[in-house]
Design a protein around this ligand. Structure first.
Ligand SMILES: Nc1nc2c(c(=O)[nH]1)N[C@H]1C(S)=C(S)[C@@H](COP(=O)(O)O)O[C@H]1N2
Ligand SMILES: [Mo]
Length: 368
C-alpha cells in the first residue's frame, strides 16, 4: 500500500518535471525557442523559476523519500535514487549555466553538456516510467527487483547501504564533470600542432524563424546616417580590401563557447579608411538583413577595437545559417554583438538599444 503523501508528491514531481522538460526542450529546439521569442515569452526565466520551485519541493520531500526507499523493493529504490541523481546533476549544471558569468569557460561548457546529456538520459526513462504508470503495465523485471523477495546471493553480497548510495551518487556526479572536462580537453591534445584548435560547436542562434539567403553577388553593405557621403559597397569591393585572419574564442552569454575559431574578413577601420568614410557623429547601429536583429556600438568600439566584417569561418565562407555572406565580429564582446547577415551600418547621434537590450536585459556594450 502506498502512503497518500507519496502519491501526492509523486504527482507534483511528475508535473514539475513535465513542465521543466517542456520549457527546457523548447529552449533547446531552435525554431521553438524562436517562436516563443517572437511572442516575447521569457522562456529562460520561466524555466528557471519552475526549477527553483522544483528544487524546494525535492528538498522538502527528500528526507521522507529516502526513508521510504530504505525499506522498499529494489525497483522503487532505484527509481527514487535515479531521479535524485538526475536531479543533482540537473540542478548543479543548471545553476552554473544561470550564474555562468562567474565561471571559467570550460566549466560553463561542461555544465551545458551535462545539462543536455542528463536530459537525454532522463527522457527515455521518464517515458517508460510514466507510460508504465498510466497504463499500469508490468515490466517483467525479476521478482527480487520488483518486490520484497529474497535477493539472489550475488545481489545480496553487493547490497547497497544508504551511505554507499550517497557515495556512488557523488562519484557519478564527479565522473560526469571529469568526463565533460576530458571531452573539452581531447581535441586540444589531438590538434596541438595546428594553429586552429577549434573546440566546442556553435549553437545556431537566430531570433527570427527564417533568415536571408543571399545568392552569388546580391549582397551589399550600406553605410548611411550621419556620414559625409552614403556608401553602398558590393562584395567585389569588399574583396579588393585587405583581408585579415584572426583566431579567437567565440562566447555566447548563455554559456556556450567555441574556442580557437578562425575568422577572416575586413577590419572596419580598414574599410572606413579605404572608402574614405567620414562619420559625423559617434554612434553606430548595425542592422541585419533579416529585418529584425540589430545592435549598437560607439564608433570607437568598431573602429579602434579591431571589430571586423567576417566573411569566412575556419577557412570557408560562412554557412547560410551563420550569416552568409557577412557578419560583424568584435573580439572582446559577446556573441550577441555579432550581427549576422549584416546589411547596414548607420551612424547616429544617439546610442540606441539593440535587439537584446530591448527584448532581454543584455548589457549594451556586451564586453566579455
Ligand atoms: N541576425 C542575427 N544575428 C545574430 C543573432 C540573431 O538571432 N540574429 N544571434 C546572436 C547571438 S545571441 C549569438 S550567440 C550569435 C550566434 O552565432 P551562431 O548562430 O553562428 O552560432 O549570433 C548573434 N548574431
Ligand atoms: Mo548569444
Amino acid at each position: 500500500m502506498k502512503a497518500r503523501w507519496l502519491i501526492k508528491i509523486h504527482h507534483i514531481h511528475a508535473i514539475l518535471v513535465g513542465l521543466l522538460l517542456l520549457s527546457g526542450l523548447s529552449l533547446f529546439i531552435q525554431p521553438v525557442r524562436t517562436f516563443f521569442n517572437e511572442w516575447k515569452i521569457p522562456l529562460v526565466a520561466i524555466h528557471t523559476w519552475i526549477a527553483l520551485f522544483y528544487i524546494i519541493i525535492v528538498l522538502l520531500s527528500l528526507k521522507k523519500a529516502i526513508k521510504y526507499t530504505f525499506k522498499k523493493p529494489t525497483l522503487k529504490k532505484f527509481n527514487v535514487h535515479f531521479i535524485l541523481g538526475l536531479f543533482l546533476a540537473w540542478s548543479l549544471s543548471g545553476a552554473i549555466m544561470y550564474f555562468q558569468a562567474h565561471f571559467p569557460v570550460p566549466v560553463r561548457n561542461t555544465a551545458v553538456t551535462i545539462h543536455d546529456t542528463v536530459t537525454w538520459i532522463a527522457i527515455p526513462w521518464l517515458l517508460i516510467h510514466s507510460i508504465g504508470h498510466t497504463l499500469k503495465l508490468e515490466i517483467p523485471w525479476p521478482l527480487w527487483w520488483k518486490r520484497h523477495a529474497k535477493k539472489p546471493e550475488w545481489v545480496q553480497e553487493n547490497r547497497l547501504q544508504r551511505r554507499d548510495f550517497i557515495k556512488s551518487l557523488s562519484l557519478i556526479t564527479i565522473m560526469i564533470f571529469i568526463g565533460g572536462w576530458l571531452k573539452w580537453l581531447t581535441p586540444m591534445l589531438h590538434a596541438s600542432n595546428e594553429t586552429n584548435r577549434r573546440r566546442g560547436y556553435f549553437r545556431i542562434y537566430n531570433v527570427t524563424n527564417d533568415y536571408p539567403r543571399y545568392e552569388n553577388n546580391d549582397w551589399s553593405l550600406t553605410i548611411d546616417g550621419l556620414v559625409e557621403e552614403k556608401k553602398v559597397l558590393t562584395i567585389q569591393q569588399m574583396r579588393q580590401l585587405k583581408w585579415n585572419t584572426i583566431i579567437d574564442d567565440f562566447h555566447c552569454v548563455t554559456g556556450w563557447s567555441v574556442k580557437g575559431v578562425e575568422l577572416t574578413g575586413v577590419y572596419i577601420r580598414d574599410l572606413f579608411e579605404a572608402h574614405d568614410i567620414k562619420p559625423k557623429d559617434k554612434y553606430i547601429t548595425a542592422y541585419s538583413g533579416d529585418g529584425v536583429y540589430f545592435d549598437t556600438f560607439t564608433l570607437s568600439q568598431l573602429v579602434d577595437e579591431e571589430a571586423m566584417l567576417v566573411f569566412e569561418l575556419d577557412g570557408a565562407p560562412l554557412k547560410k545559417a551563420q550569416g552568409y555572406p557577412c557578419r560583424l565580429y568584435h573580439p572582446t564582446m559577446y556573441g550577441y554583438k555579432s550581427v549576422k547577415w549584416i546589411e547596414r551600418l548607420t551612424i547616429t547621434d544617439e546610442r540606441d538599444y539593440g535587439y537584446w537590450q530591448q527584448n532581454g536585459d543584455y548589457d549594451l556594450d556586451g564586453y566579455l
